[in-house]
Ligand binder design. Structure first.
Ligand SMILES: [Zn+2]
Length: 125
């Protein structure tokens, strides 16, 4: 399934340093048109997280670049969570939680699902 964030990044040739499409559409205009919620990082005034109606996230460094982001923190998916990141905690869906609880090694199963199928849960702070 392609998320709204992925549809927008595809129009930017999936190049995180491109802020506009070939025909001049700016990323922030596309996000606004898509109905994204805009939130500025409390720590960095130029770091903006856009949460789209389908739950996908784009995190933009104003004037500099962007990456797919996380709902619960300000890290970029391309770089993964910062070492000191405490804001992104993955919570499994009910079905994933049941699978984790039934496995022989719940901790390892939780990590495996979080890493390989994060859409089976959600990132929250
Ligand atoms: Zn993070």
């Amino acid at each position: 399934m392609t998320t709204t964030a992925q549809e927008i990044t595809a129009r930017l040739h999936d190049d995180g340093s491109r802020l506009a499409t070939d025909d001049g559409r700016h990323i922030e205009d596309m996000l606004a048109d898509a109905g994204a919620d805009r939130e500025t990082s409390p720590a960095e005034y130029d770091l903006i997280r856009y949460t789209l109606p389908d739950g996908s996230v784009l995190t933009v460094r104003a004037g500099a670049g962007w990456d797919l982001g996380y709902a619960g923190c300000w890290c970029w998916q391309g770089a993964g969570h910062d070492e000191e990141c405490a804001g992104g905690r993955w919570h499994p869906s009910a079905a994933a939680a049941a699978e984790i609880g039934a496995s022989e090694d719940p901790a390892a199963t939780a990590i495996a699902i979080c890493e390989t199928a994060p859409m089976r849960g959600g990132w929250r702070s």
